[in-house]
Design a protein around this ligand. Structure first.
Ligand SMILES: Nc1ncnc2c1ncn2[C@@H]1O[C@H](COP(=O)(O)OP(=O)(O)OP(=O)(O)O)[C@@H](O)[C@H]1O
Length: 296
């Protein structure tokens, strides 16, 4: 199947720095594609080039095999920005109506309200919404023209855990309608839950790309054991794959019991020992040496 979006050797330079540094990827139709990385990694710059808002320094972007021409895709895409100023003194319903009037095609208002769970607040002033309600309104605005591709820039930043989970459910429903979703996030659990394919960005480059589970399988085998402030004896260092991040040692093992027996035999202190199944957060630490949350 032809990809919805194809990006080749995309670069964005500002005077002093390269925000996006020769990245290439494809987004398949009907999938959720996630751009992940810490603050300043280049995610927003990338997504804004895909949306036709920022002009790339070099490289190219194709939609359904055609070069990106901002005006031509405008009717086909929906965008939820990180920050959106809504018009004052309008209710949720009036705001949706206003945005719908900008497009040739639009979803029926009632359908949009139901889809984004806005029934309770449809007559409320849009400035008087909770964080979760506001995000759902912004999502409804991104869907108002029934787009083929929806762009979401850090849609759940600042939401409490319950509102985040509700938002994830909503995105699953939107995906089930066959929409292609491109989102940026610095929450690895969000990417693991929602995305079919991810590209992890750091300092303007893609440092890993693939399906979340495939990426984890490629970089880890078995469990991950974390320990604080320890030095492994030489023979154990040779037998076990391990890496260090900020004073914490991570050891990979297929057999936790055998590793624990080896650690005890070598009199390695087991303070703050943790055994876990590797996550995308661990992958980020392994690839960059830094936890994602601290990079933020
Ligand atoms: N207009 C600009 N002029 C100069 N530098 C910029 C400009 N816009 C972004 N940058 C820089 O480009 C880099 C990438 O920024 P970008 O906003 O794309 O990162 P991000 O991954 O989206 O981060 P965040 O998670 O904080 O939104 C940063 O170092 C940023 O300071």
């Amino acid at each position: 199947m032809q990809p919805v979006i194809t990006v080749r050797h995309l670069v964005k330079r500002y005077a002093q720095m390269t925000a996006v540094d020769h990245i290439s990827f494809q987004v398949a139709e009907g999938t959720c594609f996630g751009l992940l990385g810490p603050n300043g990694a280049g995610k927003t710059t990338t997504i804004e080039m895909l949306e036709g808002i920022l002009r790339p320094t070099s490289g190219d972007i194709h939609y359904f095999g055609q070069p990106l021409k901002a005006r031509a895709i405008y009717q086909d895409i929906g965008i939820q920005f990180q920050q959106t100023a809504l018009p004052d003194y309008l209710t949720v319903r009036e705001t949706l109506r206003l945005f719908a009037s900008f497009y040739e095609r639009s979803l029926a208002l009632d359908e949009l309200v139901a889809l984004c769970h806005l029934h309770d607040v449809v007559n409320r002033d849009a400035r008087r919404l909770s964080g979760g309600q506001r995000q759902r309104l912004l999502l409804a605005l991104a869907l108002v023209n029934d787009p083929r591709v929806v762009f979401l820039d850090e849609p759940t930043t600042g939401l409490d855990p319950q509102a985040r989970r509700q938002f994830w459910d909503l995105l699953q429903q939107i995906k089930a309608r066959g929409k292609t979703i491109v989102l940026t996030t610095h929450y690895m659990d969000e990417a693991e839950t929602l995305c079919d394919h991810i590209a992890i960005m750091d300092q303007g480059q893609i440092i890993a790309e693939g399906a979340p589970q495939a990426l984890l399988a490629e970089h880890f085998s078995g469990a991950l054991v974390g320990l604080n402030d320890v030095v492994l004896p030489d023979d154990m260092r040779q037998r076990y794959a391990s890496y260090l991040s900020q004073g914490r040692l991570y050891i990979q093992t297929q057999q936790v019991e055998v590793l624990l027996a080896d650690l005890l035999a070598a009199r390695v202190p087991l303070s703050q020992l943790q055994v876990q199944t590797p996550t995308l957060d661990d992958l980020f630490i392994k690839l960059t040496g830094n936890p994602l949350q601290e990079a933020n």
